[in-house]
Design a protein around this ligand. Sequence first.
Ligand SMILES: Cc1ncc(COP(=O)(O)O)c(C=O)c1O
Ligand SMILES: [Zn+2]
Length: 377
Amino acid sequence: MTRLLCTRCGTEYPASLPRWKCDCGGLLDLEMAAAFPREKIQARPPTLWRYREALPVADDKGIVTFGEGFTPLVPFKLGGVEALVKQDQIFPTGSYKDRGAAVLVSKAKELGIRSVVEDSSGNAGCAIAAWCARAGIACQIFVPASTSPAKTAQISMYGAELVLVPGSREDTARAVWMAAQTKYYASHSWNPFFFHGTKTWAFEVWEQLGWRAPDTVILPAGNGTLLLGAWVGFAELLKAGEIQSVPKIVAVQAERSAPLAKAFHEKLDYIPAIDKKYTLAEGIAIAEPARGLQILQAVRETGGDILTVNEEEIEISLIDISRQGAYIEPTAAATTAAAARYLREKRDSELVATVFTGHGLKSTEKMLKVLEYHQDE
Ligand SMILES: Cc1ncc(COP(=O)(O)O)c(C=O)c1O
Ligand SMILES: [Zn+2]
């Protein structure tokens, strides 16, 4: 049975309703019975849709796809120590957000939705805009006026209506909120279908490791859309008896924007207000993550941790990875910087998986600044 469940008051709604929040204002989670028939999975094309029995789209005809997913899981040295890294920067729009957009927009099409709104630091907006273009759904994308031009150009080229909002990422979230009262909110933080796309990260890692889970996953935590998806995915694999336990989840924040790290280390049961400062990692600079408490729960329940990285560590990791031939955006280097630190202290036998979340071509202006600063190295 597939149903929407309010995380605040417990009200249930059928998943066939075009609904992204509860009447009480609470966040909705999607619950479904996921199955993993290995022979069928292996016989299908290498896309995220191979986990068909675990994806909440009723009819194959409704699937909106570019053949995305099943990104390579490649060993890389992070700060000199090897880890397995999902190459999610090679998705069609250049970030892992395509996982969420593929499932969410397929579902929106199935529900007969003609027009959506979304807000983003850039990459989720690119992903929703691309899938809406393919689905023939109108979309309006709200982003902070300071968003990298590569991302705003990409959104506009897909034919989406771009709304530039002056001020912070939180100002953008408030602006879209008004629009979302009358339109379907294709939100990567509110809409539960997005997480049932990002959960495919866990399924792919599980299959690529020979049907087993890693011991530890290191993932970014801005709004936690990949992290929470991975948590859902591994939990579904556990429930189906496919793995023995959910991996330890290590979340990463930029030191200059780290409300979740503060909550975790001070053992708070709320997300504290922070004084957010500029960071190279624009994609994870989220002061008020809508699902912050769920992120804390995922980290706490799996015995994980929340690491913070400073600007220098991000730059060093970005250069380290570029010199190995991978071009990732600075936000993605926040996660690899934290992974480099984690890997230095891990147990020898510990199997760690992490991710390159976004493509370097999105951030040419930032790359030029990093090059200028490090030109003597
Ligand atoms: C490249 C990149 N990495 C990581 C993240 C962090 O994702 P989340 O906010 O879902 O935690 C984002 C979000 O926009 C991103 O664009
Ligand atoms: Zn409710």
